[in-house]
Design a protein around this ligand. Structure first.
Ligand code: GTQ
Ligand code: FE2
Length: 360
């Protein structure tokens, strides 16, 4: 068999006619030596996002059918798709004064992270959960949820979901709830927080399912205090921070210590001004949002300046290095629980293919 044998062209055409594709023409794309995502590293400016969301607020009603005034980050490497990375949905959701988003539920896992504002309650399986600046709010798969704005000001926040993953696996299920939100009460603390929101204390009567955090809200005052304490301890010479000047926490299911959602990990990082992270890669994708401060994301060596609210997509195996200009608080979420649980999670330090005697 030679490359010039005309029978080879005929064979390839016949493959095509029979719904077949040979490995040898596509091996490098199908099975690259390291992940080569179509999604690209990218930054979105919060200022621009917010302004566009506000315009949608004037023109687009929230209601049954469309369900949410949510505008997704669309990765330029995935043209036409509302995907931030191959697996992650990240959107700005905008709710005008006194507006309500109808109750529904779906198999996809969701959370909200609040950059600014307050006065919206999200009702998760009948438990009203206040949304305030710096809070992480969970909506696990199949939980009923609707949101309502109790104020005369609009509010916008970040939604994170595993929609693209669910699309890839074709595991999408969705159900409408009653049109009207049944409970418009506005408690400061949700029932889940009253039961589970006390550090180190597990309620003896608390019922849980292992894959679902019983806590729907992670409050900024706790996250902030945890990060501040890590930095203080590290100043005093004690271990605990990731590195000098770099504190970080993972949001955890208080019943299991595991990730907050089966498919999504969430973290908060604090970097002192002038500090930076070591460059790293992993076989998982993330989206970062600047909660406060400013800095630079170096993504595969290219610098992207960021300020408050800006969002950054980091596809699998992108090299990331973060530098803080002003003290930098960063929210991050990613699909790490998926690759970890499937034993597919590698970093540049643990990639066996870089061992001697392997790849050229
Ligand atoms: O708030 O329920 O950004 O169902 C995408 C899908 C938000 C939500 C999104 C959703 C929601
Ligand atoms: Fe939803």
């Amino acid at each position: 068999m030679t490359a010039h044998d005309p029978r080879l062209d005929t064979l390839h055409r016949d493959f095509d006619d029979h719904g077949l594709i040979p490995l040898w023409t596509q091996r490098e794309d199908l099975m690259p030596t390291v992940p080569r995502p179509s999604a690209v590293p990218h930054r979105w400016r919060w200022k621009e996002l917010y302004e566009l969301a506000a315009r949608a607020g004037e023109l687009v009603p929230v209601g049954r059918g469309g369900e949410r005034r949510a505008i997704a980050l669309a990765n330029p490497g995935l043209p036409g798709l509302p995907h931030a990375t191959a697996t992650l949905w990240a959107a700005v959701q905008y709710l005008g004064p006194r507006e309500a988003a109808p109750v529904h539920r779906h198999a996809q896992n969701a959370f909200r992270f609040v950059l600014e504002g307050e006065g919206v309650w999200t009702i998760v399986d009948g438990d009203p959960v206040a949304m305030r600046r710096g809070d992480l709010l969970l909506t696990p798969g199949w939980a009923w949820h609707g949101h309502h704005n109790t104020t005369d000001r609009p509010m916008a926040w970040l939604d994170g979901l595993d929609i693209p993953l669910s699309n890839a696996l074709n595991t999408e299920f969705f159900q409408f709830g009653p049109g009207e939100l049944e409970d418009r009460s506005t408690p400061v603390h949700s029932r889940g927080e009253r039961l589970w929101g006390h550090p180190g204390l597990r309620p003896l009567g608390g019922e849980t399912v292992p894959h679902r955090s019983p806590l729907a809200a992670y409050r900024w005052e706790h996250t902030d205090a945890a990060l501040a304490a890590q930095l203080e301890l590290s100043d005093e010479g004690h271990p605990g921070a990731v590195a000098p000047g770099h504190a970080a926490v993972r949001f955890a299911n208080p019943a299991t210590g595991g990730d907050v959602l089966p498919t999504l990990r969430a973290e908060m990082h604090r970097l002192r001004p002038g500090t930076g992270t070591a460059p790293s890669r992993e076989s998982a994708s993330s989206v970062w949002q600047v909660f406060q401060g400013s800095g630079v994301f170096h993504l595969d060596g290219r610098p992207h300046e960021v300020e408050q609210g800006d969002l950054v997509a980091v596809p699998s195996w992108t090299e990331v290095r973060v530098e803080a200009r002003a003290e930098l608080d960063l929210f991050r979420f990613g699909d790490q629980p998926v690759s970890e649980r499937l034993h597919l999670y590698l970093t540049d330090a643990t990639n066996p293919a870089t061992a001697p005697g392997g790849n050229r």
